[in-house]
Ligand binder design. Structure first.
Ligand code: BES
Ligand code: MN
Ligand code: ZN
Length: 500
């Protein structure tokens, strides 16, 4: 989608549709909506008085103005109650209007910046959220669709600001919003791609291709190099597949390539059958999404590069396919991962944590300012927190607070859960140092305690995105399927977090 910002009057935009807004309870609209109402001899006020449109959050109404407005359609979107207004609501309102425009067959859309005038938000933030809503609302995973009707989406979006003094800020916000939301869509595409078309080597190819386009550096370890590095846990997880594992390193140098970096680590299980501890058919079909942590890291690295962020940022991805086979690793096996501590395998379905501990051990060599891993790690996290909130754990309260805040700002909520000694006790093995499963009780926390054992003296946080990486129901900014969760949160953390 082509996205631009222009200074002028929205009523003069010659697009297939324009978007205006209304707070709930307002009877005499002001701002651009007021100007449209006057141009249309009070039509919008009549619509409100007649009860057809109240400004309820995400509500939409479509008018065909004929006069006073250059565009053929005028879409009104509700911003909800003024006291509940936020950047998250801007994003969702913008996405709702975008969906309405697409439904009506619009190809070109112009919108005011929601909350930029009457809403009282920072203009750059409001422009960013408005554009993010449009890009996310315009997203569809169409790579495997041949039906033309399913491919309908916007070609062009124009953000229209009346006040010329706001131009620079509006443009900066719009451009950041486009980069960040398109990076989230890039992550969605990766995670929506089925296992047959995205083995570890292809995931690595996609990361490499993206790195070449954005100027990131990228190094890929194949299965021999993974073994030579001593990443025996990642290797074990992948050994049952005919499609071998990869370890991917992406680097954004920032302004000082010698600085202590922020490291993002992603679980990249391109398909999780459970291995010899085979999953049931029910729980398996959607496990193509088990590389959503990797997708988030690749998406965030893309955004960091395109935003030209000053930070040095490194992305590490442990990619493997977890398959049952004659060569597969088995329950009872004892592994020697890159981090010292030996692991007894209790379930080959607890594979994500095995892939991650080699990445966490590798991470130590960077002496990072902070490391954040993202993983669709435990079904228990879905039960605990549902599909809107990621589990957030770690060894550094300051880092956790910053990630929590980034979650609130972006609407990618994350909630802090503990790791206590009883969780650490549950993963002690009788024959090795640790076992890879602590059983069902506190499954999210024992998994985190397992990761923690391989974190050497750096601030670290773990996001369990098992519930949030996939949407089972449609929302204006998220169709059913991969959500791209984490990309917006990680970038917000880089831009606004104090550690970063
Ligand atoms: N990828 C799954 C986690 C998962 C399960 C995500 C369901 C989303 C929905 C992970 O590899 C896994 O299988 N975890 C096991 C761990 C258990 C064997 C200790 C789980 O959560 O059941
Ligand atoms: Mn598993
Ligand atoms: Zn898994």
């Amino acid at each position: 989608m082509n996205i631009s910002t222009t200074i002028g009057n929205i009523l003069e935009q010659d697009t297939d549709a324009i978007v205006l807004n209304l707070f709930e309870g307002v009877t005499e609209p002001g701002g651009a909506t007021g100007a449209a109402n006057r141009a249309l001899d009070g039509l919008i006020a009549d619509l409100i008085a007649g009860g057809d449109f109240s400004g309820k959050f995400k509500q939409t109404a479509v008018l065909y103005p004929h006069r006073g407005v250059a565009s053929s359609r005028l879409i009104l979107v509700g911003l909800g109650k003024r006291e509940d207004f936020s950047l998250n609501r801007v994003r969702l309102a913008s996405a709702s209007a975008t969906r309405e425009a697409i439904k009506r067959g619009a190809k070109t859309l112009a919108s005011i910046i929601h909350g930029g005038g009457i809403g009282g938000l920072d203009i750059s933030d409001a422009a960013q959220a408005t554009v993010e809503g449009t890009v996310l609302g315009n997203y569809k995973f169409t790579a495997y669709k041949t039906d033309e009707d399913e491919l309908k989406s916007l070609d062009a979006f124009t953000l229209v600001e009346f006040d010329a003094s706001k131009q620079t800020d509006a443009e900066a916000g719009a451009s950041a919003g486009q980069i960040i939301a398109e990076s989230a869509c890039f992550a969605r595409d990766l995670a929506n791609t089925p296992g047959n078309d995205l083995p570890p080597s292809t995931l690595a190819d996609r990361a490499l291709e993206m790195a070449r386009e954005t100027g990131l550096s990228c190094e890929i370890f194949d299965e021999q190099r993974i073994l030579a590095e001593g990443m025996n846990a990642l290797s074990a997880v992948g050994q049952g597949s005919v499609r071998p594992p990869r370890f991917i390193i992406l680097e954004h140098a920032g302004t000082n390539s010698e600085a202590a970096p922020i490291v993002f680590i992603g679980k990249g299980i391109t398909f999780d059958t459970g291995g010899i501890s085979l999953k049931s058919g029910d729980g398996m079909w959607d496990m193509k999404f088990d590389m959503s942590g990797a997708a988030a890291v690749i998406g965030a690295m893309r955004a960091a590069a395109k935003l030209d962020l000053p930070h040095r940022v490194i992305g590490l991805i442990a990619a493997a396919e977890n398959m049952p086979d004659g060569r597969a690793y088995r329950p009872g096996d004892i592994l020697h991962p890159l981090g010292e501590k030996t692991v007894e395998i209790h379930s080959t379905d607890a594979e994500g944590r095995l892939a991650l501990i080699d990445a966490l051990a590798y991470c130590a060599r960077y002496k990072p300012k902070a490391a954040i891993d993202l993983a669709t790690l435990t079904g228990a996290c879905v039960i605990a927190l549902g599909n809107e909130t990621s589990g957030l754990m770690g060894n550094d309260d300051n880092l956790i607070v910053q990630i929590h805040q980034a979650g609130n700002r972006t609407g990618e909520m994350a909630w802090h859960l503990p790791i206590f000694d009883d969780h650490r006790d549950l993963i002690k093995s009788k024959v090795a140092d640790l076992k890879n499963s602590g059983g069902r009780p506190a499954g999210t926390l024992t998994a985190t305690a397992f990761l923690e054992a391989y974190v050497q003296n750096f601030p670290w946080a773990h996001l369990d995105i098992a519930g949030t990486a996939w949407a089972d129901s449609d929302k204006p900014d998220t169709p059913i399927g991969a959500t791209g969760v984490g990309v917006r949160l990680l970038i917000d953390f880089l831009r606004h977090g104090s550690t970063a």
